[in-house]
Design a protein around this ligand. Sequence first.
Ligand SMILES: *Cc1c(COP(=O)(O)O)cnc(C)c1O
Length: 396
Amino acid sequence: MELAIFGGSPVRNKPLPYAKQYIDDDDCQAVNEVLKSDFLTTGPKAKEFENIVAEYVGAKYAVAFANGTAALHGACFAAGIKQGDEVITTPITFAASANCIRYMGAVPVFADINKDTFNIDVEDIARKITNKTKAIIPVDYTGQATDLDAIKELVKGTDIIIIEDSAHALGTKYKGTTVGGIADMTEFSFHPVKTITTGEGGIITTNNEEYYNRLMNFRSHCITRDIEQLENKDVGNWYYEQLDLGMNYRITDFQCALGISQMKKLDWFISRRKEIVNKYNEAFKELEGVILQENAYFSDTVNHLYVLKLDLSMLKADRKEIYNALIAEHIGVHVHYIPVYWLPYYQRLGYKKGLCPNAEDLYNSMLTLPLFPAMSDEDVNDVINGFYKVINYYKN
Ligand SMILES: *Cc1c(COP(=O)(O)O)cnc(C)c1O
């Protein structure tokens, strides 16, 4: 069969995206009800959504934010990260994981990834800890849990705070425990491509009451009327104080109503994602020219992304040619992610290419395949067939 990129017919007629939200009539009705109620912005639905997420992940507290990036910014504020502090994270992530460090004027320090699991390499974290290290932001990349016990062991006896970026990992379990109550703070994102959506949205879960109070304040300008927190207590009922420099990172109540409605479908989202991942793994494990992401024994993974690595030594094409050929077949492949320190902003800060060789090697040979719960079995087969068609064509 001739490849579509050379004029053959594509494996499917309609382009398949790499990710897509799933919204049903219940979701629409939930949003509608709030639109006609008294509260549009952060109100009772936000509280209810926070309680549902906190309970689901096994954390005492949750604070919902306007988006996941804002939530990470809040976590960095709550952790007390300051100018000159160092914070360790992975380069194979969305820029937000490092940008939140920069918002505090602190310095992102990139630890390399493990070349098999693609998650941050704990041994490289150990090498990069200095007396300036204030926090570590491990990312549950693709949805796979990072080795939290190993990271906790590293920081034992220090003040280093662990902020887990679980934007990809709602529902993932680490050694049998759902992620969200294990690190000092955990962030989830509700962007439409993520496991559940609120349109835009994010949340921090924590068991620490002090972090919880700081997160709540930061979300709304650090302005408070809470008598316990006021410096001047006997002024009057109109009185408020701004205690620090916060933001307006509030989420609306209609977004949270959508979140509550989406949480009811989470079990189905998870099982459908796992089903598709199993089909891909079965189909591709024997295919020469590709290397599958290894899943660490401690992670019961809910994949947000399905990423695999091309074995370029077996192929007479590079990643770009294979990417273009798959797009021509109408298979919506993608690349997650460009190493963060390669981005021009970080290059201008002085980060050098070559810093994290495993991350750069992965970037040069990786592809993300379509994965979302509303994919039909036919869609899944199209991806498998399209991938076989293209890889077999380019095999050495
Ligand atoms: C999606 C994502 C975030 C947060 O993104 P928002 O679009 O701001 O919700 C943070 N970290 C990672 C790794 C992400 O993929």
